[in-house]
Design a protein around this ligand. Structure first.
Ligand SMILES: Cc1ncc(COP(=O)(O)O)c(C=O)c1O
Length: 387
């Protein structure tokens, strides 16, 4: 038995994933397989670091200890062969807040920002809420998600794009962009002086034989015009601690970002965030390796289930992330009908694909980070509604 088989009752824990359903859908008994956090307990090393801090009983303002920088630098080196220095690291209260600060740092109101379609919804929100112009380049989604470099180049030229936000690995598609793909997209951005923000929050949830390449390792020149965002929160199920890192190697870009951070007084971070991140990177590696094996089993269970029980739902195995992209187009339902069928008949809550962009129409994103037994229950419910 794996530690991840344990059913953790998350109801009444102020969980977005579990505790918002009744108010939203006005019914009981729904199984949530949406919001990207996991139904697993965090590593023991993290729990005990929090406990030690709790036990001393004083929760005043804190400084960032050198040991946190060391833990981040060491993690990036040993897991991703990525060399960073203390002076390249800034902190933030989340990757999404960092995206918004990046938009403010490197563009002016009215400037154009490029993202993919489909992609994680807060990319578009951060652009539009900051009164920048949003353009999307459609990913090819036939078999495996692929970038359309020709369309990206056309949009960059025609729309005078200033900033490109990359999701690496890709949510919702589960692609680990190859070094070659990163070189192509990076060279394109370099050619037209487009700054790249690479959201790498899913960098640790990678399934062998795939390996992850950070955007800045794809080519030595890419560090000059890019910002990398990452966190321990997705990897170790710590989303609530609101902590993330911003890696900026170009001193000028760093100065600009720091100025905007300061203007918003967003340069101090939560103490639990620091403690959790350090403890996870220092003591969570064995937990993560076990988690990856467990998630891989969940991917296989899900893939095999759809192939056998519901072959009209087209699926492919993600190379990264614990999310799977489900293609329901064979049923010819509208997005609203599809969502309603899943809620009212299957009694499962998934993320509607359309929220990731137009390319997501007739798709759903399922979160597989739960015990095998919960997953199987959810899959059975879906099959019962569609068969
Ligand atoms: C691509 C991506 N970026 C950012 C986030 C959230 O980051 P944070 O909680 O640090 O704001 C998520 C969460 O699902 C995500 O998938």
């Amino acid at each position: 038995m794996s530690q991840f088989d344990q059913i953790v009752d998350r109801k009444k824990t102020q969980s977005v994933k579990w505790d918002t359903l009744e108010a939203t859908y006005k019914q009981e008994g729904l199984l949530p397989m949406w919001v990207a956090d996991m139904d697993f307990k965090a590593p023991a090393a993290v729990q005990s670091a929090f406990q030690t801090y709790l036990n001393q009983g004083v929760f005043g303002y804190s400084i960032v200890p050198d040991s946190l920088y060391d833990a981040i630098i060491s993690w990036q080196k040993r897991r991703h062969d990525f060399t960073i220095k203390k002076e390249d690291i800034l902190f933030s209260s989340g990757v999404v807040p960092s995206i918004a600060l990046n938009v403010q740092s490197y563009t002016q109101p009215g400037d154009t920002v490029l993202i993919h379609d489909p992609v994680y919804p807060p990319f578009a929100e951060s652009v539009e809420e900051n009164n920048r112009k949003l353009v999307r380049s459609k990913l090819f989604t036939d078999d495996k998600f692929k970038m359309n470099f020709a369309e990206m180049e056309r949009l960059i030229q025609e729309e005078d794009v200033k900033l490109f936000i990359l999701c690496n690995p890709h949510n919702p598609g589960g692609r680990v962009w190859s070094k070659d793909e990163l070189q192509q997209v990076g060279n394109l951005c370099k050619k037209y002086n487009v700054i790249v923000v690479s959201d790498e929050i899913h960098q640790d949830i990678i399934y062998q034989p795939k390996t992850f390449t950070t955007f800045q390792n794809a080519d030595p020149s890419f560090k000059d015009f890019s910002i990398v965002l990452t966190a321990a929160t997705k990897t170790f199920n710590l989303a609530g601690i609101k902590n993330s890192m911003v890696f900026i190697k170009n001193p000028e870009l760093k100065q600009t970002f720091e100025k905007i951070q300061k203007q918003n007084h967003q340069n101090d971070i939560n103490t639990f965030g620091m403690i959790g991140t350090q403890a996870a990177y220092e003591g969570g590696e064995a937990w993560l390796n076990e988690l990856l094996d467990y998630l891989k089993e969940n991917i296989d269970i899900t893939y095999n289930f759809f192939q056998k029980e519901l072959p009209d739902v087209k699926v492919s195995k993600p190379e990264a992330t614990y999310l799977m992209w489900l293609d329901f187009s064979a049923y010819h339902l509208t997005d609203k009908q599809l969502e309603e069928k899943l809620i009212n008949e299957a009694k499962v809550v998934l993320n509607p694909g359309i929220s990731y962009g137009e390319q997501g129409t007739q798709h759903m994103r399922i979160n597989l980070a739960c015990p095998h037994s919960t997953l199987k229950e959810g899959l059975q419910r879906i099959a019962a509604a569609f068969n």
